[in-house]
Design a protein around this ligand. Structure first.
Ligand SMILES: [Zn+2]
Length: 502
């Protein structure tokens, strides 16, 4: 590397350091808003975020940045592999973000901050009308965003690509068609059989203070180093990763449903493990985080379901539950807990849905988003359209918008096109499990209570790579084959046929 090139690289490091500083500042404010900040502070916070986002926009798209990235791109043969990838990814963001007018970019940051605050209250009070004007603006911005980013694409395709590079409606349609074809009959068979385990013990009072202790146990059980990962409490659980040394997960405790937070913690814990295990050489670069939402949800759903809802995990979980909740868990057997944790039953809330009916929740959101963005569904019609689809797909009546259209935080957070990543990630996980089983006695490892072999496998094949490769490449390197959704439908068919003796 000649002197000129090393000078360019040190300028790059300086730029990345600044970008990270502003990114982290905004991220901490987001986390603070969701966990600790008083509701009345939203408007002031919006002003601060506007200032931060303007600086971020300029750092990402300014002339100096453009010149530097183009200069580095011109000598890319002399750059090491990591820096070359970093430059190409930054150049991609530079070119994409530059297409968004600065005023719109800043205004959207402020809008999302306001929308999030309004959504919290709207959800609490089940008051769609107060959120509707914000949703109007969010949809309108996302339509414009799609045109700015990729005018040659169908708008919703452009948005899907934001969360999972390369994902299109065509791919989603084909994927969801397979899920519907294979899973809907299975759900019907279970419903017709009409035999469900007695889950009354799970609706007793489970004191929040004890549930917090359970969260500590869970984080420890899946191997999270608490030195670098904390847990907070929010309306809607999420994970924030600022670096591999500062990851925050959150949960929401329900007095009469400890499984809700339990599986949320394991889910968010899966996201956290991914961020915590990115290779040290990617630390301080722009490619030191998880590569896409699909790959991220693969990790979280793998921990939540494939590990968390397995017999082996339940075997280790039960004694802990019985210690923390001796009265509530009296007489509960391993078999009963396993069955209750895996009840397949249409329900209203996506984050609490079982593995089998979960995909239907995603399909509902996917179809609605598609219509919203193509303009065949007005925002004002969204609650009705939501309720109709829940009736059609899940056979349930939605009692209020809190349990319907207002339940998720994604839209108020400005994310349209995110939801399919959950189903895709779940399906990725089932295929990785098949690959893992080739060299590991997976069930024995989970039952042993020491998940290190699984973490090591995922670290080597997925986590350590950060964003060094495109999501599809990361998946194929890990799975050793192209994506095939039938691994997922086979996994679910096997699991639920055994559970319900079909
Ligand atoms: Zn997740």
């Amino acid at each position: 590397m000649d002197k000129n090139v090393s000078e360019l690289v040190s300028q790059l490091r300086e730029l990345v350091g600044k970008q990270r500083a502003y990114g982290q500042a905004a991220g901490v404010m987001y986390y603070d808003a969701a966990t600790a900040a008083p509701r009345g502070g939203a408007a002031d916070r919006g002003k601060t975020l506007a200032v931060l986002s303007e600086v971020s926009y300029e750092l990402e798209t300014g002339e100096t940045t453009g010149n530097l990235l183009h200069a580095l791109d011109a000598v890319k043969e002399q750059l090491d592999f990591v820096t070359r990838r970093e430059v190409s990814e930054m150049l991609r963001s530079y070119e994409r973000t530059k297409k968004i007018p600065k005023e719109e970019y800043i205004a959207y940051t402020v809008l999302i901050n306001d929308a999030d605050a309004v959504w919290h209250k709207a959800k609490e009070e089940s008051d769609w009308a107060s959120f509707e004007p914000y949703m109007e603006k969010i949809v309108e911005f996302n339509r414009k965003l799609a045109c700015w980013l990729a005018p040659e694409k169908k708008p919703y395709d452009a948005l899907l690509d934001e969360y999972e590079r390369g994902l299109t409606m065509e791919k989603c349609d084909a994927f969801f068609a397979i899920l519907k074809e294979r899973l809907v009959p299975l759900i019907h068979q279970i419903t017709e059989k009409g035999i469900q385990p007695d889950d009354s013990f799970i609706h007793l009072d489970y004191p929040i203070e004890q549930q917090r202790k359970l969260s500590d146990w869970l984080m420890n059980a899946i191997g999270i180093d608490r030195e670098y990962c904390s847990i907070g409490e929010t309306e809607h659980p999420f994970t924030n990763g600022f670096s591999k040394h500062d990851v925050r997960i959150t949960t929401h405790y329900h007095l009469n449903d400890p499984l809700s937070s339990l599986f949320s913690v394991v889910h968010e814990g899966g996201h956290a493990l991914y961020e915590l295990h990115v290779s040290d050489e990617l630390q301080d670069t722009t490619i030191g985080g998880g590569v896409s939402m699909g790959i991220h949800e693969c990790q979280s759903r793998f921990f939540e379901n494939i590990i968390g809802r397995s017999r082996g995990f339940i075997h280790n979980l039960l004694p802990e539950l019985q210690t923390l909740f001796p009265e509530q868990m009296k007489g509960v057997t391993e078999e009963l807990l396993y069955r209750v944790a895996n009840v397949a039953k249409p329900s209203l809330i996506r984050t609490e849905a079982d593995e089998l009916t979960y995909a239907l929740h995603i399909i509902i959101r996917y179809e609605l988003e598609k219509q919203l963005i193509e303009g065949s569904l007005a925002v004002s019609e969204l609650p009705t359209a939501w309720n109709e689809r829940v009736k059609a797909y899940l056979g349930l009546n939605v009692p209020d918008d809190r349990h319907g259209v207002l339940q998720d935080s994604h839209w108020s957070g400005g994310s349209i096109g995110y939801f399919p990543s959950y189903a895709l990630g779940s399906a990725y996980g089932a295929q990785l499990l098949t690959e893992m089983r080739k060299t590991m006695d997976f069930d024995a490892v989970v039952a042993s209570g020491d998940l290190k072999p699984i973490r090591d496998w995922l670290t080597e094949r997925v986590w350590s790579k950060g964003s060094l490769y495109d999501p599809q490449e990361v998946f194929e390197q890990a799975a050793g084959a192209a994506f095939d959704p039938t691994y997922y439908t086979d996994y679910l068919t096997r699991k639920y046929s055994e559970l319900y003796q079909l």
